[in-house]
Each structure stands twice: as structure tokens, then as C-alpha cells.
Design a protein around this ligand. Structure first.
Ligand code: GUN
Ligand code: ZN
Length: 451
């Protein structure tokens, strides 16, 4: 294709030409024509890993001097995808047959996570996991590690080597788990604290306090998790919430003194602005309202919810304008069935269809980019092409396969309306094959054209 991606050794200025598409507001609340920015023949200028300028090729190219241009004419460039919930130790156990959540955890997940006691194994999976994210256009993720602190070290070391903005944490789990995966309230507090001190805000890395879910934590452990949030106010809280009917009933039995599943987290001090709860499929209206009030976020994980038979997330309830909840999309690998955020938006569309709702292509793009950044309180750094933000982006090929080439034979369109149609084809038919290149801080981190 005659493209030579510009790859400065360090810093420097580069420019990328292609069709630029990003969300600058939330299309769930604003008209799409105002929420979406589309520049059919655009130029993105990157300086020292950050976006310096964007505009039409015609306007911006005369200002460039001899800055090299990577030419992706015919391709679509969007901000890097943000996966707001995924488990790296579960990379090798996708497609585990036949169970719903609680049996699936006992039968497949816990034995798999036990293997991460071996740091060398953890390192090898962390490398593969991050390469797979990049192959799918995902540049930031909120990631469960395993219970072993060394599994967090392995993950962050691999992320640091790739200059990625990643959030992760050690699983806290002091009951209802096998001994080989259990910590104690005290040991989990101490180990998490040491990991926060080692990794949080080191380069682009951030820490999330990570109790697995209320069923595997004593009340004492949940309270110590909240103590960590008090001590380190800019760390995250990452856990699961109201995924499966049997799980919700079990939590109610285990914590009879509380008003429901969310209330367990709330009364122990875990429902906050930087808290992200995966799933929320079974949430009541009152629980959605409470999450809105607390400015906490939900990760909607459609491929996982369908695979485990958990249910259909009520996105219109989460996005209710009178009590809006921040929502990102998560793959939830290994209950999720794909690393691809495009594939995840495909399943989100179908979940919406089953509930009589429409998820437009631009709403899907928002959830996978700026919506994810907002859910992670990172919208000042990620999620759109606004100058000053970190230059993580993905180059998509609207004609990546013979079927896509037929579907999109007229190539990059001139109007936003026609772009909605092209983007929808990538949501439904795209997946990993549509990713031509993934850029991290303005440099090529993955290219489908590499040998
Ligand atoms: N709830 C508690 N642990 C898990 C997990 O590993 N995956 C999913 N999908 N739900 C959970
Ligand atoms: Zn999960």
C-alpha cells in the first residue's frame, strides 16, 4: 500500500492522514451531528506523544513543513479503544463450556488463575494479552490480575515496556475460594498497599483496588479496601456487581443486614466516583440512581453476559437523563468471547435489539472511546482527538475483508450520515480483521502489515 508509518525514536512531530472520526460529546444526550466530529480527509498532528492539532488535510498540511506524513487515505482513524473490564489471567480459558457464573468460576476460573502463582507463566500471558489488545485496537484497559502480587508486577512490567496507559490491581479474595487463591483481609491490604506505592502513577500506569466480588470478600476485607481508597484518593475501585440471578440471591443470603448487592459495597465505603462495577445486569432502578448520585461507573460486558447467560443489560436505564450513570464497554475476557471492542459493540447492539432499543453506530463508538474514558475519569487524557490528549489511536480498514470491500465499495464517504452506515458495518462485521494499525503515543504499536 506504499505506507511507511512514521516512527520517531523518541518524541518528535509526526502527522497522520486519513478519515478522522471521534466523539466530542455524549450522543446519548446530544444530537449526533454535534456529538461526533468527522473529517473525511483529515490530518492528525502528534507532538511528543500528544495530539498537537487536527483538521482537514487541505488546511493543516501547509503548516507542516517537512514533518513526515503517514498516509492512511481510504482508512478510518478513531481514538484507541478502551476496554473497561477484562481479566488477563483468563486469556487462556476463553470458551469454557456449559456453565453459568458461579459454577463457571469454580470449575474453570479458579484452577486457571492458580497457575499465576508462577511469575514466569504470568509474564508470558501478560505479554500475549497486551499484544492481543493492541491487535484489536485497544490501547487502554481496566484489568483484573490474579490474587498473587507478582501477577500484578508481571502485568505492569509488560504494559510499561509498551508505554501503555493501563489500570490493574491484585485480586482481593479471602473466602469462598480455594486455599491456593485465598488471601486474608490483612494480607490483601498490605500487598495492595505495597503495589499501589510501587505502580500507581508510575508513567502511564494506574492502580485499581480489586476485591473480586462481595461473595469472595469478608466484610472486613471490603472495609480495608475502602481504607485504601481513603489513603490513596486517586486509585480506582474495580469489582463485579449484580451479574447473575443466583449470585444476587447468594449475596443477599450472605449479607442479610444490607438492602441489596450494591448496598454491601455502599455501606462498606466502596461506591465512589472512581469506582467501576462490571456488569450490573440485575440492578434495580434504585441502584442505578445510587450509582448516578455517587458518580460511579458501570462496565457493560455484552459478550460475557450472553456467553454466561447472565442477562440483558438495561443500557437505557443506565443512560436515563434524569439519573445518568457513566457507562463503558468491557470485553470481560475470559467470560467474554472476544478481545475485540468492535465485536463487543456488535453484541451490545444485539442486546439492545432484544430489549427493543437501538444502539447507533456513533453511540457504540462513544461507549468504546470517550464513554470508556469518562467511566475511568480519564477524559482529560484519552477518548478523543482533542489537542493535548495522549495520541493513542486506531486505523481501521473499511474494506478489510472481501465482504467488507463489497459492503463499503464506495470507500470513505463525504457525509456524516454515510459515515454512520460505514461505521455500523465495522461494528457488525469488523472485529480484529478491520484493524490496520494501532498507535500508542503517536507511534505504531501494532501493524497488520508487519511480517
Ligand atoms: N464475578 C466474580 N468473578 C468473576 C469473573 O472472574 N468473571 C465474571 N464474569 N464475573 C465474576
Ligand atoms: Zn469480570
Amino acid at each position: 500500500m506504499g505506507q511507511t508509518p512514521a516512527t520517531p525514536a523518541t518524541g518528535g512531530t509526526v502527522a497522520i492522514r486519513g478519515a478522522l472520526l471521534d466523539c466530542i460529546a455524549d450522543p446519548f444526550y446530544e444530537p449526533e451531528a454535534q456529538a461526533v466530529r468527522y473529517i473525511p480527509d483529515g490530518l492528525l498532528v502528534v507532538q511528543d506523544g500528544h495530539i498537537a492539532a487536527l483538521g482537514s488535510y487541505e488546511e493543516v498540511s501547509p503548516t507542516l513543513g517537512d514533518i513526515p506524513i503517514s498516509d492512511y487515505t481510504g482508512k478510518l482513524i478513531t481514538p484507541g479503544f478502551i476496554d473497561t473490564h477484562i481479566h488477563y489471567p483468563q486469556t487462556g480459558m476463553m470458551a469454557a463450556y456449559g456453565e453459568q457464573l458461579l459454577e463457571w468460576l469454580n470449575r474453570y476460573t479458579f484452577p486457571t488463575e492458580g497457575k499465576f502463582a508462577d511469575p514466569a507463566y504470568a509474564r508470558s500471558v501478560a505479554e500475549l494479552f497486551l499484544d492481543e489488545l493492541l491487535r484489536n485496537g485497544t490501547t487502554t484497559a481496566l484489568v483484573f490480575a490474579a490474587v498473587f502480587p507478582a501477577s500484578v508486577d508481571a502485568f505492569f512490567e509488560a504494559a510499561e515496556a509498551r508505554h501503555l496507559r493501563m489500570i490493574s490491581g491484585k485480586v482481593m479474595m479471602d473466602r469462598n475460594a480455594p486455599d491456593f487463591l485465598s488471601d486474608t483481609a490483612q494480607s490483601s491490604y498490605k500487598e495492595s498497599k505495597a503495589l499501589i506505592e510501587k505502580w500507581h502513577n508510575r508513567g502511564r500506569l494506574l492502580y485499581a483496588v480489586t476485591p473480586r466480588f462481595a461473595a469472595t470478600s469478608s466484610e472486613a476485607q471490603l472495609k480495608l479496601a475502602a481504607q485504601l481508597l481513603d489513603e490513596f484518593p486517586d486509585v480506582y475501585l474495580h469489582t463485579h456487581l449484580s451479574e447473575n440471578v443466583s449470585e444476587v440471591a447468594w449475596i443477599q443470603e450472605m449479607f442479610p443486614q444490607y438492602q441489596g448487592y450494591l448496598d454491601v459495597y455502599d455501606q462498606t465505603g466502596l461506591v465512589r466516583e472512581r469506582s467501576l462495577f462490571a456488569h450490573g445486569v440485575q440492578l434495580t432502578d434504585a441502584e442505578f440512581q445510587r450509582l448516578s448520585e455517587a458518580k460511579a461507573a458501570i462496565s457493560f460486558c455484552p459478550t460475557s453476559n450472553l456467553f454466561l447467560g447472565s442477562g440483558l443489560f438495561r443500557i437505557e436505564q443506565a443512560k436515563n437523563p434524569t439519573h445518568p450513570v457513566k457507562v463503558g464497554l468491557g470485553t470481560d475476557v475470559g467470560a467474554g468471547t472476544s478481545f475485540s471492542m468492535l465485536q463487543t459493540t456488535n453484541e451490545a447492539y444485539k442486546v439492545a435489539q432484544l430489549r427493543g432499543q437501538k444502539l447507533s453506530a456513533f453511540k457504540a463508538l462513544f461507549l468504546a472511546t470517550l464513554g470508556g474514558a469518562r467511566a475511568l475519569c480519564l477524559e482529560d487524557k484519552l477518548g478523543s482527538f482533542d489537542p493535548g490528549k495522549e495520541a493513542d489511536f486506531v486505523v481501521l480498514d473499511p474494506q478489510a475483508t472481501p465482504l467488507l470491500a463489497l459492503r463499503n465499495q464506495s470507500g470513505i464517504p463525504g457525509t456524516l450520515e454515510a459515515m454512520a452506515d460505514l461505521l455500523f458495518s465495522l461494528v457488525i462485521m469488523g472485529g480484529d480483521r478491520a484493524v490496520t494499525a494501532t498507535y500508542v503515543l503517536g507511534k505504531v504499536a501494532y501493524s497488520s502489515e508487519s511480517p
